[in-house]
Design a protein around this ligand. Sequence first.
Ligand SMILES: [Zn+2]
Length: 226
Amino acid sequence: MSSLIDALLMPSCCACGQVALLVVMPTVGARVCEACALELSPTVIQVPLRECQQRYAFFEYAGSVVPLLSRAKDEAFGSHYYAVQSLFTAAAIPLIGKEKAAEVIVTQVPSSLRRSIIGWYLPTAMARHLAKKLNVKYAPLLRRAKQVGRQSGLGAIERRTNVQGCFAPRRFLLRNVTKDSLVVVVDDVSTTGASLGEAVRCLRQIGCTNVMAISLAISPLRARGC
Ligand SMILES: [Zn+2]
């Protein structure tokens, strides 16, 4: 009982979880401590990939973003997810709007087998919500064709080799895509961009010429192995 009273009287920061004086972030609707509020203002970071010039992220994967994203990854439709969703959508809409594409289709990097068994995969939820807000089509254009070993601990080149051929197109969904379509691939965290690059490569193979890759966060430079 005391913990319930504590929770009501002393709410904790949505990002770092600390009990502190909280402020409501207007774009997010979540209550965060002042330190996290400062860290959680998105900026557009463009980090081109070999496969995709238009590869963007809004945060470095550091500070308050780390606990916020790791909780959103594990708790389906919890307050952390809604904070992530709002931050992502608010930053992505103007970026996509600049392209002035005749048609936009939103998709995501396919989930691992483990995530599909759990039934909650953050990039899918982010992509669906973004499509809804943009009033455009959402389509899971790619599927996982094979399982790969863990990416963590591998360097940039090893990661690329590891993910080769791990995605395949869902061909029956391709009737949604025309040559003028802008396909937006969503991911939550990108490290070296190996998975995003592979997803873009796969989309290009099936005729998507205009592809944009957006992740909410990207690993800081030293961790990208560049
Ligand atoms: Zn905080």
